[in-house]
Design a protein around this ligand. Structure first.
Ligand SMILES: Nc1nc2c(ncn2[C@@H]2O[C@H](COP(=O)(O)OP(=O)(O)OP(=O)(O)O)[C@@H](O)[C@H]2O)c(=O)[nH]1
Length: 64
């Protein structure tokens, strides 16, 4: 099977505007209420899209 493509996304914005909250919500459907300033953290998530019973695509997202 072919190696799935890795998609790299960089999220920019001022401190405390909600970048981590948005990313974690997108990846895990969980919302983080506590504010913990991010220092060089990355999030990696592999998502499998199932278009039909026989047609699936796997994408790995690395958010920086
Ligand atoms: N009410 C509300 N609070 C939010 C929203 N998005 C984020 N927050 C809160 O804002 C605070 C900061 O969110 P973060 O996601 O940590 O912000 P950040 O931009 O990653 O901050 P840095 O790591 O300092 O750059 C957290 O307490 C979140 O819960 C939103 O859409 N609505």
């Amino acid at each position: 099977m072919a190696k799935s493509p890795e998609v790299k996304l960089a999220v920019f914005g001022r401190a405390g505007v909600g970048k981590s909250a948005l990313v974690v919500r997108f990846l895990t459907k969980r919302f983080i209420w506590e504010y913990d300033p991010t220092l060089g953290e990355t999030h990696t998530h592999t998502h499998i899209y199932r278009h039909s019973l026989t047609n699936t695509h796997t994408h790995t997202y690395r958010l920086i």
